[in-house]
Design a protein around this ligand. Sequence first.
Ligand code: COA
Length: 158
Amino acid sequence: MNTEKLPAVSIHKLKQAEEIPYDLLLLADPYQAAIDKYLSASEIYIASLSTKVIGLYVLYPAGAGTIEIKNIAVEESLQGKGIGKQMLGHAAEICRSKGIDTLIIGTANSSIGQLFLYQQQGFEIFDIKRDFFLDNYIEPIFEDGIQCKHMIMLKKKL
Ligand code: COA
């Protein structure tokens, strides 16, 4: 992976006329039916470089004063260049501007890079949904030889 950092990307809320980039959503969550369940109540933010869509994140209301990032993804060839970090910072700003005080995000026990990134960006583990991936996904999933079993929930105070 070429980890040379990119210039700042521009980030905007997806407009009604714009196509939903399912290819990116599916990088973070392999089941479109699961994605469609949260999309209707969510806001999608698009990261682009010139006019090319290269990343996105999804904000979902999760109770009083709380928003969950339900999906975050960067095009595969551009991962590791700081775009995910920029989108997490942008999400925090958007939520602050809405008067939200807690941002949450969940990731798998096997997603070591994501756990690294989220904690580095100020998120702290507050819950574990045990066996979440065993109960909700048909096929076993492995990352770097680690079985994906539990959902680790992290939160950041804004
Ligand atoms: N071990 C240790 N650190 C890791 C790592 C790993 N396996 N993978 C990434 N990191 C670190 C990088 O070193 C970097 O930190 P640094 O800048 O201090 O070096 C940081 O995490 C990555 O930051 P960034 O480049 O901003 O991330 P990104 O642009 O690749 O975006 C994701 C992060 C997760 C959105 C992106 O990789 C992605 O789309 N992955 C596939 C979909 C996905 O898994 N989504 C999340 C579901 S919970």
